[in-house]
Design a protein around this ligand. Sequence first.
Ligand SMILES: [Zn+2]
Length: 61
Amino acid sequence: MSHSPEDVARYVCGDCQLVHAGIPRRTATGKRSFDAPETCGGCGGDELIPVQNWVHHHNGE
Ligand SMILES: [Zn+2]
């Protein structure tokens, strides 16, 4: 287990701001990537925004 927490993509719910870990997925080329959860576990919303975009979103306003 040498995974660092920084490797895990995180997604923020656009409605309730709950943070979700991305769902790990291995691509055909062996690279790791993450899928956003389909729905928020808190409010059931389906607008999951990657954390890096979320920060950007707030800085840009
Ligand atoms: Zn939510």
